[in-house]
Write a protein that binds this ligand. Structure first.
Ligand SMILES: *[C@@H]1O[C@H](CO)[C@@H](O)[C@H](O)[C@H]1NC(C)=O
Ligand SMILES: *[C@@H]1O[C@H](CO)[C@@H](O)[C@H](O)[C@H]1NC(C)=O
Ligand SMILES: *[C@@H]1O[C@H](CO)[C@@H](O)[C@H](O)[C@H]1NC(C)=O
Ligand SMILES: *[C@@H]1O[C@H](CO)[C@@H](O)[C@H](O)[C@H]1NC(C)=O
Ligand SMILES: *[C@@H]1O[C@H](CO)[C@@H](O)[C@H](O)[C@H]1NC(C)=O
Ligand SMILES: *[C@@H]1O[C@H](CO)[C@@H](O)[C@H](O)[C@H]1NC(C)=O
Ligand SMILES: *[C@@H]1O[C@H](CO)[C@@H](O)[C@H](O)[C@H]1NC(C)=O
Ligand SMILES: *[C@@H]1O[C@H](CO)[C@@H](O)[C@H](O)[C@H]1NC(C)=O
Length: 912
């Protein structure tokens, strides 16, 4: 058998040692059961399920005890490092929620104390009973988790409730029973952080003797146990000055003194002690005179320190004060009773000792308690040494004191808890009953924890008393009891879902920490508002849960489609959250504004699939075809004199310019893109420069030949002219090149306010940040045009076949007219893109046609006319040129011939 258990021991270390819930843990929530609810309801004729108009139970406390805390008690001190750890003194321990113990009873796991109310556990029965009553009510009725902190005495309980000293090691919240006398000065240090309240019953400490001893004293000479010369009242202090009485209680004759009274309960050289006993100065004097001292038995020196020693000493009673601890003293008294001896001892009431031995003890009356004298109690004794006078001046009896419940000020941060602890009052009779119950139960060995059972029985039997101590649960409110979360912050629809902050552990759809008011959490709420908006307008949307808001423009939105073939964009309005069955109604708002009707806006450009674009394109193509035909004709008939003289190369260039302009018109449609935006200025600019550059060069060549004597024959060749044209185009290319390099007019979007509805519209256009480059381009065109006009003006009198002043002038006028038409369109009026495109394109095409017609039609018209000038070899000018310039013509006639030779070498050759 022994070997087996040794083997078992040997093999267990690998396994975790089995632990079990501690006794306190098994008691949690076990007192108020369903049977109690039933019995109490029947006894007082109460209905546990009846509810009031706000859906609160009328008797909310008439229910089985809560097994889980419904409230968390927050205390920042719990976050201090290393609390309830190595700083604890021996014998101290914390018993938290979920405490586990080893089979031998020692603690394996202290449990959770953060969030619980920590009650101080001091080692005497009335303290235990008070604590257990409060604990049962707090846990099972009020709804807090309760931990207990086990410690030797309550002397430093106020410090433990503060944020200083012990409050950083073993912070507590409540000491259910504090005997303040003799401790008041210590407790007062932390008065600023504690809130004491009376428990409702009083306590007293006193010196007692046995009732049997008092009876013996009254017998006087007849006494068989004492050597009394007269009758003595041993329940009165003054008789203790008598030698007979002193001898009766003699220290010298007391049995087993060294066995029971040791320095363990009063250390040597503290409180005047030596070997577990101190003595009064009167005793020192008496012993010196060969007389006796009496013996007074105490528990420990820390209980009411010095008070009774000083009181006895200051009344000149020669006495030894010996300490045996609570159990030792109790045992010593019981032995004395059994042996029929005499004893004086220190005790406090209420205590089980009096209930276990009813009628056995008599209080010894000392001089009436004088508050002024009691206030002089310094809590010391033996200050000058063993058996010397004491400086503690207390000499009157210990007062009846209200037993206090000390609470940390932290408790006042929780009104619900604070209200309960302030109202819980146990009367003297209540505590008396609890003690009687406990004393009766403690003889029954079947009861594991008679203290808990006694406290529980009292709670069960006094529903009407404590039900007034507990506040009703607050009404449930959205703000305090319901929490919400959002889903879909990134999508178009937010769904707010609601749950109870503290759902009932048995049924998550019910609240645990409130009752009535809101009975159920609101259903999920869908909204179009953004999560940020929901965060900053909590009150607003919470109202909307019950009263949907009036509709306004924030509940709908619109969408603008791309450009349609009709050159319009549709503006479609829609509710952000439409009613699933009716598109025209919102599901999150009612009344207010209604959804605006769908509308349209004009496009920013002419789409290529629109009729306008098709028409203009067709027109352009027709013009291009005409121009190509003209081009072919010019090339075919380049040998015809009229064409030849008007310098057919430049005519070709002119027609090319016209074609470019037509292409430019076609490029005016379609959505802006990089290539379109780049191509438009190039075609417009180059086309124009080709057309009007060629006109300028035409005139220039005629002018140079006819009016500039200095020029050599080969200077004004057609190749030279084409080079100059290249130069003109080069300037265009430079301007456009720099423009594109510096500030490319790519497609860009901008937003503007809509005119027809309240909202924004996105536009797209080819955009340059600066207008300097287009202006430069136009300026350059203007220079070419006006220089051309000027040169054609200079040659207006020259030979009709060479000069085309009238036509060039007309062409310029056409351009000017066209510009006059288009400018206001560009800068003054806002027209739909389609209209302005159609108008500008038509003007451009018409101008192109007119310019081309002005330059070509007269020539084609004279194509087949007999060429009289070839025969007269230019000596006669055109009709307009005759009279005025006869002399000049004479001087320049050889140059004309030269021009002719350059313009039409073969022609000239034929002349020579
Ligand atoms: C104690 O509980 C509170 C919340 O109830 C928590 O914020 C805190 O971090 C906890 N402290 C420790 C030390 O666990
Ligand atoms: C109780 O048992 C545990 C685990 O076996 C051990 O650590 C502890 O010291 C024991 N305590 C006592 C008082 O024997
Ligand atoms: C209360 O008094 C003690 C002792 O004087 C001091 O240490 C502590 O800081 C005080 N507490 C508060 C909250 O003022
Ligand atoms: C009783 O007291 C008297 C006087 O004090 C003394 O003489 C006598 O011896 C005492 N008797 C006993 C039995 O102690
Ligand atoms: C003293 O010890 C004896 C023997 O152990 C015992 O019979 C007696 O009751 C004790 N007396 C007191 C007062 O403890
Ligand atoms: C002690 O006190 C008494 C009375 O108060 C006094 O007569 C005596 O002298 C004091 N003795 C000492 C040693 O102080
Ligand atoms: C929502 O958007 C934020 C920022 O744009 C991103 O960090 C997050 O991951 C997104 N969440 C979901 C669920 O898409
Ligand atoms: C606006 O257009 C949308 C989409 O075509 C359509 O569903 C809706 O009925 C239209 N609203 C009105 C008021 O016509």
């Amino acid at each position: 058998m022994r070997i087996v258990s040794l083997l078992a021991l040997w093999s267990t270390p690998a396994l975790a040692i089995q632990t079990q819930p501690s006794l306190v843990e098994t008691q949690r929530g076990s007192c108020l059961d369903a049977a109690w609810v039933h019995a109490t309801a029947t006894k007082y004729n109460l209905d546990p399920n009846a509810r009031d108009g706000q859906n609160r139970r009328l008797n909310p406390l008439l229910q089985p005890g809560l097994k889980n805390p419904r409230f968390k008690f927050t205390d920042r001190r719990m976050n201090n490092p290393n609390i309830f750890s190595s700083c604890l003194q021996s014998g101290e321990a914390i018993h938290g929620l979920g405490e586990q113990v080893y089979p031998n009873g020692s603690q394996a796991y202290a449990g959770i104390y953060n969030g619980t109310v920590i009650l101080e556990l001091n080692p005497w029965t009335s303290h235990d009973l008070s604590r257990l009553v409060i604990t049962i009510l707090l846990q099972e009725v009020v709804g807090y988790g309760v931990s207990s902190f086990e410690t030797g005495g309550g002397l430093h309980c106020a410090e433990r409730m503060s944020g200083e000293g012990l409050g950083r090691c073993s912070p507590t919240h409540v000491n259910p029973e504090v005997w303040t006398s003799g401790k008041l000065s210590t407790l007062k240090v932390y008065a600023n952080e504690t809130a004491p309240v009376a428990t409702g019953f009083n306590g007293i400490t006193s010196l007692y003797t046995l009732t049997a001893n008092v009876e013996e004293g009254l017998k006087g000479k007849a006494s068989t146990k004492g050597n009394f010369s007269q009758s003595y009242s041993l329940d009165f202090w003054r008789d203790y000055l008598k030698d007979d009485v002193i001898n009766y209680y003699s220290f010298k004759n007391a049995p087993n003194v060294t066995k029971f009274f040791t320095s363990a309960y009063c250390a040597d050289n503290t409180m005047g002690c030596m070997n577990g006993c101190s003595r009064s100065y009167a005793c020192t004097v008496a012993e010196a005179a060969g007389k006796n001292c009496l013996l007074i038995a105490f528990m420990t020196a820390s209980l009411d320190p010095g008070y009774f020693q000083a009181m006895v000493a200051n009344n000149n009673i020669p006495a030894y004060f010996c300490f045996a601890g609570y159990d030792g003293m109790t045992q010593y008294i019981l032995n004395t009773i059994n042996s029929g001896g005499s004893i004086i001892f220190y005790q406090f009431e209420p205590d089980t000792f009096f209930y276990q031995h009813p009628g056995k003890f008599a209080k010894i009356a000392f001089p009436r308690s004088d508050p002024a004298n009691v206030a002089l109690a310094s809590g010391t004794f033996g200050e000058k040494g063993y058996g010397q006078n004491t400086t503690n001046q207390v000499s009157t009896d210990y007062p009846q004191i209200p037993i206090m419940r000390y609470m940390s000020k932290v408790v006042t941060t929780d009104p619900f808890l604070s209200s309960f602890l302030n109202r819980a009052q146990v009367t003297q009779l209540d505590i008396n009953n609890i003690f009687s119950e406990y004393t009766a139960l403690s003889t029954n060995t079947n009861i594991v924890d008679p203290e808990f059972t006694a406290a529980c029985n009292w709670v069960k039997n006094n529903y009407l008393v404590w039900s007034n101590w507990v506040d009703k649960l607050p009404l449930c409110t959205m703000q305090d009891n319901i929490k919400y979360s959002y889903q879909g912050c990134n999508s178009s629809l937010r769904v707010v879902t609601f749950v109870w902050n503290t759902p009932s552990p048995s049924n998550a759809s019910l609240p645990y920490d409130c009752e009535g008011g809101i009975i159920a959490t609101p259903p999920p709420y869908s909204t179009s508002k953004s999560c940020d908006w929901l965060d900053s307008n909590t009150k607003t949307w919470m109202n909307w849960l019950s009263n949907p808001p009036l509709c306004d423009s924030s509940f709908y939105n619109y969408m603008i489609t791309d450009c349609t073939s009709g050159s319009i964009r549709n503006v479609l309005f829609f509710w952000l959250l439409p009613n699933p069955t009716n598109y025209a109604q919102s599901s999150e708002c009612t009344g207010g504004v209604s959804l605006p009707a769908n509308s349209t806006i004009d496009c920013d450009y002419v789409p290529t699939n629109s009729g306008t674009f098709s028409g203009i394109t067709a027109f352009s193509v027709v013009v291009i075809i005409l121009l190509v035909v003209s081009l072919v004709l010019v090339i075919v008939f380049r040998e015809k004199p009229v064409i030849k003289r008007s310098q057919w190369h430049l005519l070709v260039v002119l027609i090319l310019g016209g074609i470019f302009m037509c292409i430019y018109v076609i490029l005016g449609g379609g959505a802006p893109s990089n290539s379109l935006c780049a191509a438009r200025p190039i075609f417009a600019s180059v086309g124009y420069t080709l057309a009007f550059g060629s006109l300028l060069l035409k005139s220039l060549r005629v002018y140079l030949v006819f009016h500039n004597k200095a020029l050599k024959k080969n200077v004004v060749t057609i190749t030279r002219m084409l080079h100059i044209l290249m130069g003109f185009i080069g300037i265009d290319v430079v301007i456009i090149g720099v423009w594109y390099a510096v500030d490319f007019p790519g497609p860009s979007t901008y937003i503007s306010n809509a005119a027809t509805f309240s909202g924004k519209i996105d536009h797209i256009e080819c955009h340059s940040s600066s207008f300097i480059f287009p202006v430069l381009c136009i300026f350059w065109k203007a220079i070419i045009t006006f220089f051309g006009l000027y040169v054609s003006f200079l040659i207006r009198h020259d030979d009709g076949d060479f000069q085309e002043s009238i036509w060039i002038f007309s062409a310029s006028c056409v351009v000017l007219m066209g510009a006059l038409f288009m400018l206001p369109l560009a800068y003054l009026v806002e027209l739909p893109a389609a209209t302005s495109f159609a108008f500008c394109s038509a003007v451009t095409l018409v101008c192109t046609i007119m310019v081309m017609a002005l330059m070509l039609v007269p020539k084609f018209a004279r194509l087949n006319r007999a060429d009289y000038k070839t025969s007269t070899s230019g000596t006669t000018a055109g009709t307009k040129n005759t009279a005025k310039s006869t002399t000049r013509q004479a001087t320049t006639s050889h140059e004309q011939i030269a021009l002719k030779s350059q313009v039409s070498p073969r022609d000239t050759t034929s002349v020579h």
